[in-house]
Design a protein around this ligand. Structure first.
Ligand SMILES: Cc1cc2nc3c(=O)[nH]c(=O)nc-3n(C[C@H](O)[C@H](O)[C@H](O)COP(=O)(O)OP(=O)(O)OC[C@H]3O[C@@H](n4cnc5c(N)ncnc54)[C@H](O)[C@@H]3O)c2cc1C
Length: 419
């Protein structure tokens, strides 16, 4: 790009899976466009996650329709770097107009003419439309209860890489969603003493009656749920493809030596306090697990399927001691805790987008990604249109919808009065 102002119909910002999906659909619909990426294609998969991460869903599922993962192991969980390779290959295959190492610094609506002036690290662009595909998980969130200037290492899960990167000593992992539980288990397996702070969670079976949970959620219509169940907005989902893929079972993890505690409440004078909710959270997670088995069994009956029965999946281990006699507080020094890892999620950052589209919580206001501000679109956000929206298989469908909306607008704009 040069300093001359470049004109483009649709500018997509971000070349993670969302930006790549958007480009594919815009290409099919002959919409002139450009994708700008400040780092590399799928950088979050390349460098934004811990070393051993694999995709949560099997290769046959966690992909776009137009291309399979190389190899002949569709039921395996693909390592994160191969996921990044996949999106790079996808861009090559469909010859997508992606420019990397270009950061969008600001985008503001033009006055007295259509479109937006977009300032980038490599020049200015005039775009008729903007699709923000800058990611659902951009800014790591560490809650306000975190101690200031602690005398132990305190990091977000986004900064965790592997057990060898942490100082010797015990570790507290706070948050037992997919990230927290995988990191805690990896540290436990490496021989470290680990405490895992477990809040409300859902924990689907990894597989049941010979089918992976992604299949069950698909046939039961649960990926396509348009909105989360009221009251479940802050319930995390604990699922993992690590070590070939196992059901997350907190009772079993406790039996293997993981020290489970309730939700983290506060840090005071070198002591961390936990809520007395561990048993309740684990039992609610079990109910969620069992309810999915019930729905799966019903689906088998309703559809006359011949899938092997699996009654043993319903047998839960007895309540471990940590549920019966919960740890309510922990003296960090006395227990040699040298690291606290906050696996507490992410926020978005739209500082670059200077349009009036955000609500009081700084969330974009949109319907299925079409924002309240004409010609501004969002893609890749959790629950953008459905439960699957922020995942690989879901974002592709949302991108298709947004491409359709862009084509509709272009048709109106190109209309010429023939009278
Ligand atoms: C730990 C973890 C594990 C996950 N595992 C799975 C999984 O197994 N399966 C699955 O389907 N999903 C998974 N997800 C969810 C989701 O698929 C990923 O977060 C994915 O990276 C989101 O893709 P995206 O394209 O929406 O955003 P991102 O991958 O974050 O891409 C956004 C891109 O925008 C770029 N960008 C941002 N701002 C600018 C700017 N101003 N100018 C130019 N470029 C910019 C960034 O550099 C980035 O490359 C996981 C998420 C996490 C956190």
């Amino acid at each position: 790009m040069t300093d001359n102002i470049k004109n483009i119909d649709t500018l997509v910002i971000g070349a993670g899976q969302a930006g790549v999906a958007m480009s594919e659909h815009l290409t099919h619909q002959n919409v002139p466009h450009l994708v700008l990426e400040k780092n590399r294609i799928a950088e979050a998969w390349r460098t934004g996650r811990w070393d051993s991460l694999v995709a949560n869903g099997p290769a046959w599922h966690d992909r776009f329709p137009g291309m399979e993962f190389p190899g002949d192991k569709p039921d395996q969980f693909v390592p994160k770097d191969q996921v990044a390779d996949y999106f790079e290959a996808y861009v090559d295959k469909f010859k997508m107009p992606v420019e990397t190492d270009v950061e969008v610094i600001s985008a503001s609506r033009n006055e007295s003419t259509s479109g937006f002036t977009v300032k980038t690290s490599k020049g200015t662009i005039n775009a008729q439309r903007i699709v923000s595909a800058t990611g659902p998980f951009q800014v790591p969130i560490i809650p306000a209860i975190a101690p200031e200037n602690p005398d132990f290492l305190q990091i977000h899960s986004a900064k965790y890489r592997n057990p060898d990167n942490l100082p010797a000593g015990a570790i507290i992992v706070i948050g037992a969603g997919s990230s927290g539980v995988q990191i805690a288990d990896e540290l436990r397996r490496s021989g470290r003493k680990v405490y895992l702070s477990v809040g409300p969670h859902d924990r689907p079976p990894r597989a049941y009656r010979g089918r992976d949970f992604v299949w069950w959620l698909g046939v039961l219509g649960l990926w396509d749920m348009a909105a989360n169940v009221p009251g479940k907005e802050h319930v995390t989902i604990a699922v993992s493809g690590a070590n070939g893929g196992d059901t997350i079972d907190f009772r079993e993890l406790a039996s293997k030596g993981l020290n489970l505690v309730g939700r983290t409440q506060s840090f005071e004078n070198g002591v961390v306090h936990f809520s007395d909710d561990l048993a309740c959270n684990i039992k609610a997670g079990d109910e969620n697990y069992l309810s999915l088995l019930d729905r799966a069994d019903q689906y088998v009956v309703d559809n006359g399927l011949d899938l092997p029965e699996e009654p043993e999946a319903r047998i839960l281990l007895a309540d471990p001691d940590c549920m019966v006699n919960p740890t309510k507080s922990l003296d960090l020094k006395a227990n040699n805790v040298t690291t606290v890892i906050w696996a507490t999620g992410y926020a978005t950052n739209y500082d670059w987008l200077k349009v009036d589209v955000f609500d009081e919580k700084n969330q974009p206001q949109h319907h299925r990604g079409v924002s309240i501000e004409p010609s501004v679109y969002f893609l890749g956000l959790p629950w953008l249109s459905r439960r699957g929206s922020s995942f690989i298989w879901g974002v592709w469908h949302d991108a298709k919808y947004i491409a359709d909306q862009i084509v509709i607008q272009r048709q109106y704009q190109q209309y010429q009065n023939k009278i």
